[in-house]
Design a protein around this ligand. Structure first.
Ligand code: ARG
Length: 260
C-alpha cells in the first residue's frame, strides 16, 4: 500500500499549513478538546529500525505501528508526520514533554514505571523477549548465558530483563547497532523483543531462546492528554472490531514473522 504520511516536517510544510487558512493554533483545542502540536498533523515519534513495527522501506518508515497511527490520523482528519527519535526519550516521556510529538508509537511495552511518566492506550500487541545468537554458539537458555556478553537496547525492557537476571551486557542505542555488534563478534548474543529478531535469522543467526515476559505494547501520549488518549483508544477499538487490525496484523506478522 502507498504510504500517505510524510516523514519529515519541513519549514516549508509548516509555512504551508500556516497559510492554508488554518485558524487554530498549536495551543488551541478543537471542539473535541484535542490540540495537536502542529494543527492538522498528527506528529508521531518512533524509533526504527524495529521491523516489523517501524522500519525503512527506502526513505519511508513503514510497519505495524505506522499503519495503526495512520488509522488514528485518519480518524482525526490529520496528516501523519513521523519523527525518528531515540527510544530512551520515547519511553521516558521526554519526547512528549518537549512537544516533539503528540504520540509515541515504538513497540513500547506498557510498564508501571513508564505509566507514571506518560499515558498509555489500550494494549495492541503481546510480546516476549528473545535471544538472537550465532547458529554455532550453543546458547539456548538463560542459564547458558552465564559468562557471555549480551547486547541490549538502551532503556528497553530487554535491558531490564538482562539486568534482572545478572547478565553481562553492552548497551546499544538501537536494534541496528545491536545487530551490527553481533555481526562484529562484539557480543555473544543480543536480547530484544522476539518479534523483531525473526528478520535477522539466516544460516548464521538463530533465535536461540524465548523468554516469556508477558509484555504488551501501547501507544503513548503526554501525561494528562486525555482528549487525544480517548481518540487513540477509540481508533484501536474501531480497528479491532472492523477487521482493520486483523489485516494490519496479517500484513506485518502473518506467518512471516512467526517463521522468521
Ligand atoms: N518493547 C521494548 C520496550 O518497550 C522494546 C521497544 C523498542 N522499540 C523500538 N522501536 N526500538 O522496552
Amino acid at each position: 500500500m502507498a504510504p500517505r504520511h510524510t516523514t519529515a516536517l519541513s519549514l516549508a510544510a509548516v509555512a504551508a499549513l500556516a497559510l492554508a487558512g488554518c485558524s487554530s493554533t498549536a495551543s488551541e483545542s478543537g471542539a473535541d478538546g484535542i490540540s495537536l502540536i502542529t494543527p492538522g498533523s498528527l506528529t508521531v515519534c518512533t524509533n526504527p529500525p524495529y521491523e516489523p513495527f517501524e522500519y525503512k522501506d527506502g526513505d519511508t518508515i513503514v510497519g505495524l505501528d505506522i499503519d495503526i497511527v495512520q488509522q488514528v490520523a485518519d480518524d482525526l482528519d490529520a496528516e501523519l508526520v513521523l519523527v525518528e527519535t531515540g527510544f530512551d526519550g520515547i519511553q521516558s516521556g521526554a519526547a512528549l514533554n518537549a512537544n516533539t510529538c503528540d504520540l509515541v508509537a515504538s513497540g513500547i511495552t506498557i510498564t508501571e514505571e513508564r505509566a507514571g511518566k506518560l499515558d498509555f492506550s489500550a494494549p495492541y500487541f503481546d510480546a516476549n523477549q528473545g535471544l538472537l545468537t550465532t547458529t554455532d554458539s550453543g546458547l539456548d537458555s538463560l542459564e547458558s548465558l552465564a559468562g557471555t556478553t549480551i547486547g541490549v537496547q538502551q532503556a528497553t525492557t530487554g535491558e531490564t530483563f538482562a539486568a534482572d537476571n545478572g547478565l553481562d551486557v553492552l548497551q546499544y542505542e538501537d536494534l541496528g547497532l545491536q545487530i551490527q555488534a553481533l555481526k562484529n563478534g562484539d557480543v555473544d548474543g543480543i536480547i530484544n523483543d522476539i518479534a523483531v529478531l525473526g528478520p535477522y535469522t539466516s544460516d548464521e543467526y538463530v533465535v536461540g531462546a524465548e523468554f516469556s515476559t508477558g509484555e504488551q505494547y501501547g501507544l503513548g501520549v503526554k501525561k494528562g492528554n486525555t482528549a487525544l488518549l480517548d481518540a487513540v483508544d477509540a481508533t484501536i477499538a474501531r480497528i479491532q472490531s472492523d477487521g482493520t487490525y486483523a489485516t494490519i496484523y496479517a500484513t506485518y506478522i502473518g506467518v512471516t514473522a512467526a517463521e522468521g
